[in-house]
Ligand binder design. Sequence first.
Ligand code: DAH
Length: 340
Amino acid sequence: MLQKISQLEQSALEAIRAATTQDELEQVRVIYLGKKSDFTAIMKSLGSLDADQKREIGPIANAARKKVQEKIQSKQQELEDAFDAQTQWIDVTAPGKRDNLGHLNPLSIVQRDIEDIFTSMGFEISDGPEIETEYYNFDAVNVPDNHPARDMQDTFWIDAPRGEKHVLRTHTSSVQVRYMQQHTPPYRIIIPGRVFRQEATDASHEHTFHQLEALVVGENVSVANFLDIAQSFFSAFFGREIKVRLRPSYFPFVEPGFEFDISCTICSGDGCSACQRTGWIEIGGAGMVHQNVLEAGGYEKGKYTGFAWGFGLERLAMMKYKIDDIRHFHSGDIRVSEQF
Ligand code: DAH
């Protein structure tokens, strides 16, 4: 019996060694360990032996069977590895997979471009809270309660039963006095930021949009400085020579106040459909900072002069990238930003 076991083990190991494919190995396993195999027969026959023989032969038969099992397993692994190495080759001619990178919203691109241009002209970037007190949004910039100018901007008021009244800021001019209170002139800053108006949406109006405020304060700052800086900025932004034109207008925080236009970015002033044949495109408001505002900022009366201007970022982005509807910016549709 012992000899039979040993022979069986030897021939099983031999067969395992000789197997060259996974199929062959499986056949070896069925022959030597399957239900009808000699090993199974031996294991079954152990039952009819007497106790002494069982004690002697049982463990040997078991060990032999276990050894064959282990060899089959390790050979199986070996064959699998070899198979992988043969089949998993790299096709160096296959086209590469494209990583799906995100895109910046065109507004972010425009804001970054603008910040780069202004910082290169010596401006600093500042900001303030979007939920603003009534004071900084209105009173500090010379728009007292009951002043008709408050109606120029449809305001989202925030319910607050006690304490100071708050609004969602209606313009970035709200940051002017905040900045003045912390800084001494001379300085030049821009304030890009999100603003809110309670108004119906259409292709050119949104309740939530972005403005860019510029503020320059010092001694002997003049309208000529504004024109020069504005022309340099718009020329850099649109990559071509742009002229700026002022029209007298009224904003409570400036005196004198202007609306300003830039020469048409399409026809350079000759007149085309984009500028309704006028050669000019309306951009924003500007003016010399009102003395009341400088005083709210904590400056001595008459000591400084400054100019301020504000305009909508979306409008600029729409002109630069020929976007026809302001609602695209916040649509959340990645087909919009994917184009940039
Ligand atoms: N705050 C004004 C608005 O939102 C825009 C503006 C006009 C800003 C004139 C200014 C300015 O700084 O001087 O309509």
